[in-house]
Design a protein around this ligand. Structure first.
Ligand SMILES: [Zn+2]
Ligand SMILES: [Zn+2]
Length: 334
């Protein structure tokens, strides 16, 4: 059998329908019929050839679908189960990180759509242990982006102990940021959104932010100095990171999750006297992924999406290049 997919054959070229022969179904593998796939900025980096990998490429790693075939060692009860697949399609499951539930740190991790063909396709075959059941309360169109954008912002909130006494800041109100605000709010945190326009500030309040800072205004960052415990940066543009660090309270954490080529410089004296942590985070392990899905279902955290048919994938990618999306594109087969 062959799998139909939208593939890019050369960097920056439009995607076109294409077919590939999947690897034989391994004992622990499943075959998933894809219904929905979100579009992440990482997909653009891959399409543009910026993150390596060979062509043709089939990107897409915010996948929702239904298990249609199971390998010999997979419970047949999983047939028909609705599952989600994120950035990782397998890891070694045996290193110190995997054993701790930090599969995202495994050196043997394989990405869903870098060395393999991903979610802009009718189906995918992969390790059943990386297919996460989707709670019934979540609609596929709103759940797809949780598999990458959702876990990317949920993980640092949990890693750095966000709770009802934590003052969380979120820089950038896009695909990642609009979910970060909702999660932080649902965890009981005080939430400050950092954005560039009054319109986005209004949206941030609607998403649950207690405070919105319009950073293009003179003295905006100064006015919120020493007021944030955990600042999550979702944007991938260079900013004055020292000024952002100064919004932190003592023991505060500045965590980058947007894939930015920029670097950070903060005087060591300030790190010492304030005990600030500068850190980054990339997705999360399998246990956290399942917790994030359960938390999303319980607290009604959903991605706000624009649904398009797969046939309009090139339109969606072009609009994403211009940041013309509220807040995530999700593709579905007609
Ligand atoms: Zn992603
Ligand atoms: Zn491992």
């Amino acid at each position: 059998m062959s799998i139909q997919a939208y593939a890019v054959h050369e960097a920056r070229q439009p995607l076109a329908l294409w077919q590939y022969e999947p690897q034989p179904l391994g004992a622990l593998d499943v075959e998933v019929d894809i219904t929905h796939c979100g579009i992440c900025h990482s997909d653009l980096h891959l399409v543009d050839g910026e993150w390596g990998g060979s062509f043709p490429k089939v990107v897409g790693h915010e996948i929702i679908g239904v298990i249609r075939a199971v390998g010999s060692a997979v419970d047949r009860a999983r047939l028909g189960q609705r599952v989600g697949i994120g950035w990782q399609r397998s890891t070694c499951l045996d290193c110190e990180y995997c054993l701790r539930g930090e599969e995202n740190l495994c050196h043997a991790a394989q990405a869903t759509c870098k060395e393999h063909y991903g979610g802009f396709a009718r189906a995918i075959r992969l390790d059943s242990r990386f297919c996460h059941p989707i709670p019934d309360a979540l609609a596929s169109v709103n759940a797809a982006p949780l598999l990458c954008a959702g876990i990317t912002v949920y993980a640092p909130l949990r890693r750095y102990g966000a709770n009802a006494t934590t003052r969380v800041g979120v820089v950038g109100i896009g695909g990642l940021g609009h979910l970060a605000i909702q999660y932080a709010r649902a965890m009981g945190c005080h939430v400050t959104a950092f954005t560039t326009t009054p319109a986005k500030a209004k949206e941030a309040h609607a998403l649950g932010a207690d405070r919105a800072v319009i950073t293009t205004r003179e003295g905006a960052l100064k006015s919120v100095r020493s007021s944030i415990d955990l600042l999550i940066v979702t944007v991938a543009v260079p900013l004055d990171w020292l000024e952002y660090a100064k919004t932190l309270r003592r023991n505060g954490t500045l965590c980058f999750v947007g894939a930015s080529p920029d670097s950070v410089s903060v005087p060591i004296g300030l790190l010492i006297s304030n005990q600030w942590q500068l850190t980054g985070g990339s997705i999360g392990g399998r246990a956290l992924m399942r917790e994030m899905l359960a938390f999303s279902a319980q607290h009604g955290v959903v991605a706000q999406t624009e649904l398009l048919p797969f046939s309009e994938v090139n339109t969606a990618l072009e609009r994403l290049r211009r940041n013309d999306v509220r807040y995530r594109f999700v593709l579905a087969w007609e």
